[in-house]
Design a protein around this ligand. Structure first.
Ligand SMILES: Cc1cc2nc3c(=O)[nH]c(=O)nc-3n(C[C@H](O)[C@H](O)[C@H](O)COP(=O)(O)O)c2cc1C
Length: 189
């Protein structure tokens, strides 16, 4: 099984990076091949709204590092998308990547939309400073639905909370539960 992680945060050693990497580690222990992409390492521009991706089979015409993610997506069985909550929504980095997934509706990715195509599994992983896991429930439910429209099989929406005072990497309770999400991803049918 081939799994990619996307860290939609500018902080290379931040909470989102820790969370995505721990989930991937759990999957790797179960034999999955994993690769993480950090937004901070990549030059990814916002969608131009040109619709060129819909007009040919070449996909998105912006030749930047999003092309690496498109290539990886084509070969991935599952994706772990790590989204920090900034101002009550996914980070701007997460939104830039999400908008670029508009190209997923294009002929280049059309096999995903054929009847009986196996959907890619997606763990939509949010993290936030606030301790209340239900605080942004309307938003996280809405976002889950949006990714289902993009033909992902959203298997889990873990919400890591209460990260104001202590970084995720110092939370003893987190490591095991994050790794369990990764290992479950490999065993989910
Ligand atoms: C600009 C900004 C806005 C934030 N807005 C919220 C928020 O609305 N609600 C919340 O619970 N936490 C908020 N936080 C806290 C982050 O969600 C939290 O620290 C997260 O784990 C950061 O992930 P990172 O280390 O990968 O950047 C915000 C942090 C920043 C920097």
């Amino acid at each position: 099984m081939n799994i990619i992680g996307i860290i939609a945060s500018q902080r290379k050693e931040g909470n989102t990076a820790f969370i995505v990497n721990e989930i991937l580690e759990g999957a790797k222990e179960q034999g999955a091949e994993v690769k993480a992409f950090s937004f901070n390492d990549l030059d990814i521009k916002p969608c131009r709204g040109c619709w060129a991706c819909h007009k040919s089979d070449k996909g998105c015409v912006i030749k930047d590092d999003m092309q690496q993610i498109y290539d990886a997506l084509e070969h991935a069985d599952a994706i772990v998308l790590g989204l920090p909550i900034y101002m009550g929504q996914m980070s701007a980095q997460g939104k830039i990547i999400t908008d670029r997934l508009f190209a997923r509706f294009s002929p280049r990715f059309s096999p995903f939309f054929k009847e009986n195509a196996v959907k890619q599994k997606l763990i939509l992983s949010f993290n936030q400073g606030n301790p209340d896991a239900d605080l942004f429930k309307v938003y996280t439910d809405y976002t889950k639905n949006m990714f289902e429209v993009l033909e992902f099989d959203v298997t889990e929406v873990p919400i890591v909370t209460d990260l104001r005072s202590e970084p995720a990497c110092e939370r003893e309770d987190l490591r095991t539960s994050l790794m369990d999400f990764g290992s479950a991803l490999v065993s989910v049918k």
